[in-house]
Design a protein around this ligand. Structure first.
Ligand code: HPA
Ligand code: ZN
Length: 336
């Protein structure tokens, strides 16, 4: 996909990005070899050929397999640095990054190894590229709430490194309400909160995420449109939605990108951002997600600029950095 110069240089924030989903096959094979652990793929081409999914669960099964080659703190640091090196060239100025601690602690890793490795990568990104970041710890919704509660306890010594909690993994049959207590405890401890909702699951899960988990943003959320009164309520409250078109297409939430509901979400007055989810698996990083919506839905440059503005307004930024990034965006738009 050819990315237009306008999109390439447009300052933007990434708000929906799983760091384990940035694991490119070349780096995965290198780390697997270094750690002497087996992978089901012998080459990068073989891996990419296996990235054909008919739903979220089929993807998740490969995703958890791939990340199991990550063993040392340096592995997590290398993964994070590689992502930031790549998106520095996509004019990403700020990134809010999910990680899945339970996918690592469940295979015997220390929480500290994972968190400190990612943290070191984020520090590198700020020093080398000036990219600011926030780290968001996701609970795996296919596991029990007690497991999430234990993970929250493990995270407390890393309170300064982790800004927010989130909720991801297998959505159907795992409603937000299953995690009422752990989100309440996390909010009491000062964490911000977001949740995946309405990706494969119904609009009702979006309502639960907002009303019961009291999240500040909805990840994906396209299915909110099935409930017009909820849609207008969330439009009125300007709850941000972190939409990921290439993900929705690869996981067959939509059959074609032309059928993606982005324009309907915009027309409904929702606050929408564009993001990449698991770019190593879904065929594109943030700029390819912007470009795909221009190519397939005819979303014009002015609308993409307003989506980039939403990304800074919806980010967990302090006032100074937010003002700085909005000024960078204005200056970019004014000098064109
Ligand atoms: N949905 C749910 N869980 C996930 C995803 C997703 O798109 N990516 C990584 N974990
Ligand atoms: Zn996601």
């Amino acid at each position: 996909m050819t990315v237009s110069p306008f999109i390439e240089h447009l300052p933007k924030a990434e708000l929906h990005l799983h760091i384990e989903g940035t694991f490119e096959p070349e780096l995965m094979l290198r780390i697997a070899r270094r750690n002497n652990v087996p992978l089901p793929f012998a080459s990068a081409d073989e891996a990419k050929a296996a990235y054909n999914f008919s739903n979220l669960d089929e993807f998740l099964s490969i995703y958890y397999q791939c990340m199991s080659v990550l063993i040392t703190q340096d592995d997590f640091c290398d993964l994070t640095c590689a992502y930031l090196d790549r998106v520095a060239a996509q004019t990403v100025r700020h990134a809010e990054i999910f990680f899945d601690p339970q996918a690592h602690t469940s295979r015997g890793m220390d929480f500290a190894t994972v968190c400190n490795g990612i943290r070191a990568g984020l520090d590198y990104g700020r020093e080398r590229h000036g990219i600011t970041s926030r780290l968001i710890m996701c609970f795996l919704r296919h596991l029990e709430e007690d497991d999430a509660m234990a993970t929250l306890e493990q995270a407390m010594p890393f309170r300064e490194s982790i800004y927010a909690v989130g909720l991801d993994s297998s959505e159907t049959g795992n409603p937000p309400g299953k995690f009422t207590r752990v989100f309440a405890q996390a909010r009491d401890a000062g964490f911000a909160a977001v949740a995946h909702a309405g990706e494969e699951g119904p609009a009702e899960y979006v309502r639960e995420a907002v009303d019961i988990l009291r999240v500040q943003r909805i990840d994906h959320g396209c299915r909110v449109l099935d409930d017009p009164s909820l849609t207008s309520e969330l439009a009125g409250r300007a709850i941000p939605f972190t939409v990921c078109p290439l993900s929705n297409h690869k996981l067959r939430v939509v059959d074609t990108l032309e059928q993606h509901p982005l324009r309907d979400m915009l027309d409904a007055g929702l606050t929408v951002t564009l993001n990449s989810d698991d770019p190593a698996f879904f065929g594109g990083y943030i700029n390819e997600n912007y470009q795909s919506m221009q190519d397939r839905l005819g979303i014009d440059d002015a609308t993409l600029a307003s989506i980039a503005r939403n990304s800074f307004n919806a980010a967990f930024l302090d006032d100074t950095r937010r003002a700085e990034l909005l000024a960078q965006l204005d200056s970019y738009l004014n000098t064109r």
